[in-house]
Design a protein around this ligand. Sequence first.
Ligand SMILES: Cc1ncc(C[n+]2csc(CCOP(=O)(O)OP(=O)(O)O)c2C)c(N)n1
Ligand code: SF4
Ligand SMILES: [Mg+2]
Length: 267
Amino acid sequence: MKLATRAKIVWCPGCGNFGILKAFKDAAAELAEVMDLKKMVLVSGVGCHGKIADYLTLSSFHTIHGRVPAMLAGIKLANPKLTVVGFAGDGDAYNEGLVHLIHAAKKNIDATLIVHNNAVYGLTTGQATATSAKGFRGRSTPEGNPEEPLNPVALMLASGASFVARGYAGDAKHLKEIIKEAILHRGFAFVDVLQPCVTFNNTWKLYREKVYKLEEPASFDEALQLAYTQDRIPIGIFYREERSTYEELVRVEPRSADVSALLERMK
Ligand SMILES: Cc1ncc(C[n+]2csc(CCOP(=O)(O)OP(=O)(O)O)c2C)c(N)n1
Ligand code: SF4
Ligand SMILES: [Mg+2]
C-alpha cells in the first residue's frame, strides 16, 4: 500500500517531524504484513505536528487543539475493531489537553498516542510549553522560562498508561521499532518523541550528545526511576503491562442489529 500522499510537505527543512514521519511510515509498512491498514484511523491535533495526517494515505481525522486522546477514545468505543493512532504536539497534549491525556491513560483506552515533543508551541511561533526547559527564551518568555519542565514519562507512568516509551526523531530506525510495539500493544500506548524544532527550539546538538538507548526495564519502580534520569536522556520502552482495556470493561458490542434496522429505515 502506498503511504505517501501528493501533499507538499511544508515543515521547515531540518525539522524533527521528518524523522517521525519516516519512522511511522516504515512501521506501518511492516505492520501491513500482520494487520489491515484500512482498519487503521489516525487522529492529529493542531500544530505543525498535525500536518502528518495530510502526508499519509490512511484514514484520518484532524481534531481540535488538545483533544487527540478524547478522539482516540471516542473512535475506539464506537468501533473497537479499528486500530487508532494519534499524533499530538507537546503544547497540544501536555498543556491544552492534559486532562484528556491523563484520563485516556487511566482508562487504558486501546490506542497509541505519539507526541511530537519539540518543547515549544511551534505553529504559533515559539511560546514556551509545559516541556520547555527552564531558561528557554521564546516569544512568551523573553527573559527565560522560570518554570521547571514537566516530565511526561513520569506523568504517564503515574496516570496508568500500560505502555510508556520515549523515542527520538533523530533515530528513525529505533523509533520505528517503538511505534510498531506501541501499535501492537493492547491498551494505552504512549510514545513521547524528542523532536527538535529547528526554527524555535533547536535541540539537535543537545539530543545528539545526551540520548542513549535503554534495555527494557523489568519493573514499574525501575521505569519511574529511569524517567527521572539526570544529565543523560534514555530512549526506548520504559514500561509495559497487560491489563483490561476500557472498551473491554464497558463491554462495547458492535450493535449490528440496530445498525441494520437504521439502514433499513433510511432506504
Ligand atoms: C483551543 C485552542 N487554543 C489555542 C490555539 C492556537 N494554537 C494553534 S497551534 C498552537 C500551538 C501548537 O503547539 P504544539 O501542540 O506544541 O504543536 P507544534 O506546533 O509544536 O507541533 C496553538 C497554541 C488553537 N488553535 N486552539
Ligand atoms: S516551526 Fe518548528 S516544528 Fe514547526 S515545522 Fe518548523 S521546525 Fe518543525
Ligand atoms: Mg510543540
